[in-house]
Design a protein around this ligand. Structure first.
Ligand code: TEU
Length: 534
């Protein structure tokens, strides 16, 4: 037990306060070995760029040994490194270099499921009476035969696969190659607590916890209520939405797991960040109480339409309920990129940056996803080159490859990502999009993001209370102390007269900024931050 007497809200790691994270999708960031796939050494070589950009935390997607059915989210050993990505020594070098540069390193842990090639699952299948059987979720077929209940997998089909040898089904909320672990088993819990310590001892600063909202399932495996007709629905995401996930997701007993992890994390001053794919803020707040996860990701911005009421609603309720316990994101390796979603081209880029500035103004920790700082749009991945199992296993589903195309570093062969003849996904961008070309142009998106990151550093002492404010049509505004954050969702310029005199301290567009004025001028798709002067 930790002997701290601080309140739960206060005993988060101090370094998390006002920090900004950066997600690295390891396969697509930088390839140092010439096999067309990114790796840890490639990340280490590029850390200086991230320090230049001005982020504080680097989150690295799973890099454990894996058969790669879901590109690393199917883990075959939690305490080693996938040889394609390097080895434990390469990880140690990465951590060491990051710390020299003042960057924290967060690993992605995948506790909801392992790979079907993990030795625990092999043993569970080979010896149904042995101790590892109960590391997974096994059920007899339904009385009339077939899967034990109506749960569906996120990636298509039923959440159950039959093991013919034993005649039992095992549960998997994702692919059949990703069997779900049994979190009611104390032996399994002990294995993961040792895994956390293994990585914390090596200097890791925290974990992003995959599928943090689903570790515990209903003990009776009851059917989920069906809320829409499945007929004719082929996309796995739409199938998933045909059910109320009362029994497979968000079971409150999951909180006990994070309380135990929190006690370990506090010994190392490390952070627990939940991948909490819960799209209602009350449900999210239930998962992120004081003594469990430090942060929970809020994913509603990923599917938010671009209108002022939608933007305010998406931010406001969650901010009010969770305060500084939110991981804010508008992009990830799972979703279409925001510049594309928000309209594409220059307009989509401007909107994405304006939205980022609002996330940066709220209490909590914003994360940007590699390439977001470049304003990248989705890459084009023709059907025959698609690699995401959502696309390869479901007819007509585009899948997530479009946001995973290789990072464009500089003009030339494979845009500096890799020396290989071919990269694991095709290149999705042009030389003009690349880091090197953008760095030479002071007007480029990367400089605007960098300037926003620098501005954020000055906000450390802002009043934590957020007051949402009346604003003209198409405009979203909140105040924090003497600072006013205003996003103009319109394409046309507008003015706002909030009362008093204001001086603009940051803007995401390129407009002229008067020294001090009663009127704030906002260009289309721009966020302005103004400070009250009188
Ligand atoms: O994603 C889990 C998850 O909840 C999302 O897949 C979500 O269901 C989806 O975006 C909504 O359509 C995590 C990882 O981020 C993802 O890459 C993995 O494939 C998945 O877990 C399985 O480990």
């Amino acid at each position: 037990m930790s002997d701290t007497t601080a309140t739960p809200a206060a005993n988060k790691p101090a370094w998390l306060h006002n920090a900004v994270g950066y997600e690295v999708y390891v396969r697509s960031f930088a390839d140092s070995t010439g096999n067309g796939i990114g790796d840890l050494m490639g990340i280490t070589e590029r850390l200086e760029y991230l320090a230049w950009l001005g982020v504080d935390i680097v989150w690295i997607t799973p890099c454990y040994p894996s058969p790669m059915a879901d590109h690393g989210y199917d883990v075959a050993d939690y305490v080693d490194v996938e040889p394609i990505f390097g080895d434990l020594e390469a990880m140690q070098e990465l951590i060491g270099r990051a710390h020299e540069l003042g960057l924290k390193v967060v690993l992605d842990i995948v506790p909801n499921h392992s790979s079907d090639q993990h030795r625990w699952f092999r043993a569970a299948v080979e010896d149904p009476s042995g101790p590892y059987r109960d590391y997974y979720l096994w059920r007899d077929p339904a009385p009339g035969g077939g899967p034990p209940n109506n749960w569906v997998a996120h990636f298509g089909g039923p959440a159950w696969t039959l093991d013919e040898a034993s005649g039992q089904y095992y549960c998997h909320l994702f692919l059949p190659e990703q069997p779900d672990l049994n979190w009611r088993n104390p032996a399994l819990r002990a294995e993961f607590e040792q895994t956390l310590e293994f990585w914390f001892e090596r200097g890791i600063d925290g974990f992003r916890i995959d599928v943090a909202h689903a570790l515990i399932k209903d003990s009776e495996f009851r059917d989920n209520p069906q809320i829409a007709d499945l007929a004719g629905i082929t996309h796995p995401r739409e199938q998933f939405r045909c059910f109320e996930h009362r029994y497979d997701l968000q079971q409150s007993e999951s909180l006990e797991i994070y309380r135990a992890w929190r006690r370990i994390a506090e010994r190392y001053d490390t952070a627990l960040i939940g991948e909490t794919y819960v799209l209602d803020s009350a449900g999210l707040a239930d998962l992120v109480p004081g003594d469990g996860l430090h942060l929970g990701f809020w994913f509603a911005p990923m599917t938010m339409p671009w209108t002022a009421p939608d933007i305010e609603q998406t931010l406001r309720e969650t901010s009010e309920r969770l305060g500084d316990r939110v991981g804010w994101v508008q992009s990830s390796h799972d979703e279409s990129r925001p510049a594309t979603r928000f309209g594409g081209g220059e307009r989509g880029r401007r909107r994405s940056l304006a939205f980022a500035a609002m996330l940066f103004g709220l209490p909590g920790v914003p994360f940007i996803y590699q390439g977001e700082e470049l304003g990248l749009e989705d890459g084009d991945v023709p059907p025959e080159l698609r690699s995401d199992p959502i696309a390869t296993r479901n007819v007509g589903a585009v899948g997530r490859d479009v946001c995973r195309t290789p990072m464009p570093w500089e003009p030339g062969h494979n845009l500096g990502f890799s020396n290989a003849d071919e990269t694991w996904l095709p290149l999705g961008h042009d030389a003009e999009d690349s880091v090197a070309v953008q760095r030479q142009n002071p007007e480029a998106h990367v400089h605007k993001m960098r300037s926003l990151l620098r501005f954020r550093r000055q906000l450390s002492d802002l009043d934590p209370a957020v007051t949402w404010t009346e604003a003209p049509a198409g405009v979203v505004a909140f105040r924090r102390g003497d600072h006013l954050f205003v996003l103009n969702a319109n394409d046309e310029a507008v003015t706002m007269t909030p009362g008093g005199t204001w001086s603009v301290v940051h803007r995401t567009g390129v407009g002229q900024t008067p020294d001090s004025s009663e009127t704030i001028l906002l260009e289309g798709a721009e966020t302005v931050v103004a400070k009250h002067t009188a």
